[in-house]
Design a protein. Structure first.
Length: 714
């Protein structure tokens, strides 16, 4: 077993054979959801998020290994690869360490040190750096190197050139760079100043100073944006005394006539080469760290948003609010099919409230609407007041505010035009808002995750990395829920393990040409869906009302025989499972012995238990076990809020410094991280997730600033 596998096993607290199996499965083209769900025996039932993190770390270590070999080859080509340097390269744990070791051999642009070497001053630099001379001064040592022919016209020029060579040599020393980098991380301070213009939202960062080691990620991103916009000047302020002391400790030999010369060269190296380079590195490192933290936070928020419980069985009215152009309406049935669309004008400047009430009342009665999904965009405040008043006239009708982030992106996309060519962009948004309430996951997968609106500074992130992380979350959520094969859109199918956008379209085309699928086995007839794709996707696709009950469960086709054997040994049939008569299955499995049953079925214990769970609840949706969406029939105004008032609300976003909660007022309230829990939290996500329904108390409501402070601590 190679060192990388052992390292990964240690980092993720896995048995070495489990780490080896995960690598083999990933390299064999298996997806993370498939490995997590259907190969549990091979990795000890490691969850999908850990396997995805394992996969990302594996990619990094492989890139690290490739760069290590590239650096070693380049150094060897230049004749500098000693055994000691090879060992140092082999032990380097980060790309930065490898680059430090490679730096002295890197092809450089023409520098002051290059010019000095061309003048033949490197031997002088070596002589001075050795600091072995106890009698002759640096000037005496430099005298023999004065040569008009070589362009060295004086002792001073010789010493200046030697100093340039030493400064570059010190700057290229991997050990020195490592020590000073660590010192800058621990003792440096980030300083930002205003540029004298209108600072606005960046006001708090004018005259800002904070230790690098305690700098919070959201502050880094805010300061970076302010600098980019020309509002802030930003720098790292080092502990220069400590840095020069470190250089002196490493470089200076006390009994020598050239030690002062070397000290001056070291100071020049620090000021001119080392610090500017390390400052750039540290700024990049801070930005990368903050970006990775923001991406991680975005992913944490996206998962519960996608996994919000669907509001099933309700005929829903989508309400996309606006002012001048009117509020767009879309009524959809319980399956998401559009029943009717329209436009009303209850908001300024038209203020046709009576007409809007009549039109909506007619739609509610005509179609039996019981839920209204209100978008949270422009004019949503006035629209919410209007809908709350309307709901009083219709007992049983309730509304909820739905984030419309990304709805306009979807509406104007080729996919939106393909789905609803008969509607204009604004009406497509109303349909999307209604469907988001009915099945958030199925609707949100149509939208670029970056546009869903649950992150911080997402447009400042490395886009490829953000896409990769958020795409992984979407993939995990879709496969955790499962997809109905006969109704799923190509967008949803393309997120299923093993399926591409092309094969998803082929599935829909096959379904349209041949009718509904009656078994998973029919997938093998879909063009370009080969054996590997079938293996990866089949277990995540559901067929309700098909030829076999097992096709409507998470049991993989490769385990159908094992599932039937389990039922038979426990005295049941598939018909019993279909009619919900397996309540005593677990008890019988315990009586017969799970290990004995697993052996008889030819599967491992994790697979046996998963099969039992699926057979006991065919067609189950894990989202149904989560708290239901909070529907409202009334509304509060900001001026109605009083300190100490207790309310229920829905978490809309979780950021580094707290959580924003919708409490039925147009403006979301903020629960600061210090008010989320009585225990210490390193991040708000340890206490709440997007979509959570929480009890909060009002601390303060500032009507003038439109700010609401909340607390979850009694």
């Amino acid at each position: 077993m190679d060192a990388m596998t052992q390292r990964l096993a240690a980092e993720f607290s896995l048995r070495a054979e489990y780490a080896e199996n995960i690598i083999r499965l990933l390299d064999g083209g298996c997806t993370v959801p498939f490995i997590a769900r259907y190969r549990k025996e091979q990795h000890g039932a490691t969850d999908d998020q850990t396997i995805r993190a394992f996969s990302e770390r594996l990619d990094y270590l492989r890139r690290l290994g490739e760069r290590r070999e590239e650096a070693a080859a380049a150094i060897e080509e230049r004749g500098g690869l000693t055994d000691e340097l090879r060992r140092a390269l082999d032990n380097a744990a980060t790309l930065a360490e490898i680059e430090d070791l490679y730096r002295p051999f890197k092809q450089k642009r023409r520098t002051r040190a290059t010019v000095a070497r061309e003048k033949g001053l490197e031997p002088l630099a070596e002589l001075l750096f050795a600091q072995q001379e106890k009698k002759r001064s640096p000037e005496e040592l430099a005298a023999p190197f004065v040569s008009a022919q070589k362009g060295v016209n004086s002792v001073e020029e010789a010493l200046s050139g030697a100093s340039d060579i030493l400064a570059e040599r010190i700057s290229d020393d991997a050990a020195i760079r490592g020590a000073l980098r660590a010192q800058l991380r621990s003792r440096g301070e980030l300083v930002s100043e205003g540029c004298g213009g209108e600072e606005g939202v960046y006001g708090m960062y004018c005259g800002f100073r904070q230790s690098v080691r305690s700098l919070q990620d959201h502050r880094i991103l805010a300061i970076n944006r302010g600098e980019r916009e020309g509002v802030l000047r930003v720098s790292i302020e080092p502990d220069e005394t400590a840095a020069l002391s470190e250089l002196k400790r490493r470089l200076i030999r006390p009994v020598s006539t050239s030690n002062l010369f070397v000290a001056h060269a070291a100071a020049d190296s620090w000021k001119r080469l080392l610090f500017p380079s390390l400052e750039r590195e540290l700024r990049t490192e801070l930005t990368d760290r903050a970006a990775e933290g923001a991406i991680r936070n975005f992913a944490l928020n996206l998962r519960p948003l996608l996994m919000q419980p669907p509001v099933r069985g309700r005929i829903t009215l989508g309400f996309d609010p606006a002012y001048r152009t009117g509020c767009k309406l879309a009524g959809v049935d319980a399956t998401g099919k559009v029943l009717e669309t329209g436009v009303v004008y209850p908001t300024p400047p038209h203020q046709k409230t009576a007409e809007a009430r009549r039109i909506l009342s007619d739609m509610i009665r005509r179609h039996g609407v019981t839920a209204i999904a209100l978008g949270n965009g422009t004019a949503s405040r006035g629209s919410e007041l209007f809908l709350a008043e309307l709901c009083r006239e219709f007992p049983g009708v309730a509304y909820t505010v739905v984030s419309e982030a990304g709805a306009s992106v979807y509406s104007a996309s080729p996919l939106g035009a393909e789905e609803f060519p008969e509607y204009d962009v604004s009406l497509r948004s109303a349909v999307s808002i209604a469907r988001r309430l009915q099945d958030p996951l199925a609707e949100l997968v149509k939208i670029d995750p970056k546009s869903i609106g649950v992150g911080q500074y997402q447009h400042d992130m490395p886009q490829a990395r953000l896409d990769e992380a958020l795409g992984g979350v979407v993939e995990d959520c879709v496969n955790a829920v499962g997809v109905e094969l006969n109704t799923a859109s190509p967008s949803l199918l393309s997120r299923v393990s093993g399926l591409s956008a092309a094969t998803a379209k082929n599935i829909v085309a096959y379904r349209q040409s041949n009718g509904a699928f009656t078994s998973r086995a029919q997938l093998k007839k879909v063009p370009r869906l080969g054996p590997k794709a079938f293996e990866q996707c089949a277990g995540f696709l559901r067929i309700s009302g098909g030829s076999s009950l097992l096709d409507n469960t998470g049991v993989h086709p490769e385990s159908y025989r094992a599932a039937e054997t389990l039922l038979k040994l426990c005295g049941y049939t598939l018909q019993d499972a279909a009619e919900g008569r397996l309540s005593a299955l677990r008890e019988k499995m315990t009586q017969l012995g799970e290990e004995r049953l697993a052996e008889a079925c030819g599967v491992g214990l994790p697979t046996l238990r998963d099969m039992a769970a699926e057979l006991m609840k065919p067609g189950r949706d894990p989202r149904d076990e989560l708290p239901a969406v909070l529907l409202r029939s009334d509304v509060l105004e900001l001026k109605d809020l009083k300190s100490g008032m207790k309310l229920r609300g829905t978490v809309r976003n979780v950021v580094d410094f707290g959580a924003f909660v919708d409490i039925g007022v147009h403006q979301d309230g903020l629960v600061h991280i210090s008010r989320l829990s009585t225990r210490f939290l390193s991040h708000p996500s340890e206490a709440v997730s997007v979509g959570d329904v929480v009890e909060v108390a009002v601390l303060e409501a500032d009507v003038k600033k439109g700010r609401i402070s909340l607390s979850m601590i009694d």
